[in-house]
Design a protein around this ligand. Sequence first.
Ligand code: BTN
Length: 323
Amino acid sequence: MDEEILQLLKDAPSAFLSGWEISRRLKVSRAAVWKRIERLRASGYEIEASTRSGYRLVQSPDLLTPSEIIPGMKTKWMGKKIHHFQTVDSTNSKAYQLALNGAEEGEVILSESQEKGRGRMGRQWFSPPSLNLYLSIILRPIIPPPQVPLITLMAAVATADAIQKFSGIIPQIKWPNDILLKGRKVAGLLNEIHSEMDRIHFVILGIGVNLNTDEKKFSKEIRSIATSLKIEMGQTVSRKVFLQSLLLEMERWYSIFLEEGSTVILNAWRDRADIKGRQVKVTSFGETVVGTAIDVDSDGALILETGGGKQRRVMAGDIEYKK
Ligand code: BTN
């Protein structure tokens, strides 16, 4: 019902709406209306109350609730259904459950914070409340399972483009799918798949973007390697506006992938990663490989030249640029 009252107030943006009118339309008591108004205020809505005229919505907080996000959304289908939570263990786990229960392609799971935000290689993802974006998108592509790594590359390209359009700063993709601003990580992707040998049931695109974390809020371990859009842009950013443009880029690049195929995605990824010819050190499952990066193949694997004309294909790991 909070959402319904909010909608009534939004539909009358410059005018007051009397408590009597709200209670009549929602068929609840005036006391119940008052209680809900207080609840909305507690979650950050500025609502003016006048004994003569009723209630007027003055300002909305930067919340990621469906009623805040969906009206300004420019996508055709992605994010038209949003599941919003105050906290979850991980939006990826929540999305996985919802997808198993039939949630459709394009549904988005958002949380203000995560208790067990998951990163790549079994790491944690720093997920403090109400500052950043933690979301998972459900996709149900009709493609052969071996093509799924291309979706990960596609998602990295879309996230990088959303960041560039929003901030004006050119990001770099670091293999496999870290997004860096001025050499520090601003966003990461963790994608999960549920499939049979020859059929994908769904893919969960998990995306974390540091939007408003201040430098001192990052733990000592990651302070020198992590950043946020606020740090780089010197101003607080609207999570709502950023999310709307991220979903628009994601929908655009996903359509490009489905309609035009792998080459366009690989080339877009290569342009933004600029990895060819760089000296890298790769740590993969406790093993370290040093070499010259040659390319990334359509499985998302990194191809390295390790000396003496030998090549090595690395499927997963972390890289460090040597120069
Ligand atoms: C990485 O290690 O770079 C990947 C980080 C992915 C974090 C996001 S936040 C939303 C989604 N839910 C999770 O638990 N992880 C991903």
